[in-house]
Design a protein around this ligand. Structure first.
Ligand SMILES: Cc1cc2nc3c(=O)[nH]c(=O)nc-3n(C[C@H](O)[C@H](O)[C@H](O)COP(=O)(O)O)c2cc1C
Length: 180
């Protein structure tokens, strides 16, 4: 049987991103039967604009939509910015949601996890991402919830217990077989 292809969309672009580092740690020890790929270059997607969403759409958008379409599952890994999801992910969801009713994200099994420095671990951002992905047509797995709150100066990617929690969420996403 071929591997379940999980496309990971990371909501932080910075080199030292805690979320990216946690994902990298999960990737280094991916659950058996799961192939995780990171959607690189989300920062190169133009801001969504219906006027440029034409047959001649930007190459970055074409590539991104193809990656989403080819994935079996979508994993969002993000911090919280000012009480919601980082704009780069909001924009990516908008591109994946169109053409209306036929967007690449339609029907995809989606899970949303992440880590943030605030005391709630980015819960609002994660809730908003679930709602947005659902409106965009995704099949959001609501009972995969992981909003890890970390203390400043600590590195959750170095904490094997935290990495194991994220790996378990990925394994649950990969094992998802639809609504009973
Ligand atoms: C613009 C901005 C807004 C932020 N807003 C929040 C917030 O609303 N809630 C929160 O828990 N952390 C917030 N933070 C702190 C982030 O959780 C923290 O910087 C985290 O490390 C970012 O994730 P990263 O390490 O993957 O880049 C914010 C950080 C930035 C840069």
């Amino acid at each position: 049987m071929s591997d379940i292809r999980v496309l990971a969309l990371v909501g932080s672009l910075r080199a030292e991103s805690v979320n990216r580092k946690i994902l990298d740690a999960v990737l280094a020890d991916a659950p058996a039967g799961v192939a995780i790929e990171i959607a690189e270059g989300l920062e190169h997607l133009p801001f969504y604009n219906e006027d440029i969403d034409t047959d001649d759409v930007a190459p970055a958008v074409r590539k991104f939509r193809q990656e989403v379409a080819e994935a079996d599952r979508i994993l969002f890994v993000l911090p919280e910015y000012n009480g919601t999801m980082p704009a780069v992910l909001n924009n990516a969801i908008d591109w994946a949601s169109r053409p209306f009713g036929e967007g690449a994200i339609k029907g995809k099994a989606v899970a949303v996890v992440g880590a943030a420095g605030g005391q709630y671990g980015g819960t609002w951002a994660h809730q908003d991402t679930r709602r947005s992905a659902k409106v965009a047509g995704a099949n959001v797995i609501e009972d995969i919830e992981l909003s890890h709150a970390f203390a400043w100066g600590t590195d959750p990617a170095e904490d094997a217990e935290v990495v194991a929690q994220f790996a378990a969420a990925v394994a649950k996403l990969a094992a998802y077989e639809g609504i009973a």
